[in-house]
Design a protein around this ligand. Sequence first.
Ligand code: MN
Length: 233
Amino acid sequence: MPRNSSVDDFLFALPSPVTVPIARGGLFAVRRIYCVGRNYAEHIREMGNDEREPPFFFGKPADAVLVGGAPMPYPPQTADLHHEVELVVAIGKNGADIAPEDALGHVYGYAVGLDMTRRDLQATAKKTGRPWEMAKGFDHSAPIGLIEPASQIGHPERGEITLSVNGAERQRGDLADQIWNVSETIAHLSRFVALKAGDLIMTGTPAGVSAVVRGDVLEGTIAGIGSVRTTIV
Ligand code: MN
């Protein structure tokens, strides 16, 4: 019998690929999710941090992605689940040490995403100098809307970004207010890790983060890109 690997060689069934639907058809297979820690001055101030600091990065597991407006189960181990609406960059071309002027050539497209956060766990992690994983990288912590290809919408440098809960606006900002734009973020991140097609970068949130509870309907929007929607259950 030829020794080509087959499903029989794996101890467990292979996990299903994590995908985000692309507007007008097709699926974007997710490899990794990177997130920018602080990227809008007003949000940095509301969190009591120094806005002159350079950006930093953390991650979420790929299978934290939640698509299609699916409901988000309220996660365990928190009493302070927060929304953070963010521009999501979908990487379509591999690269490391990418120059800022080449960076947009590595972008497949853009989406609206929510960096859902267990704020109480994050506060404890900050206080104790511990990792943020359990505050940020939990199950279903990354609701994402449709990916719009840059070939269709270009590379938006400005545009209103908002988040509403049950129709009432909580967050509002503009992509133009990002401290580090998409090109700079890709350049910076790719000095630390090689980016590959399938990576998503959540690029930070504007001011107005706040707690949500079961039953809340969240809708994030970015002008010129689209929206993301979920209900906390
Ligand atoms: Mn965030």
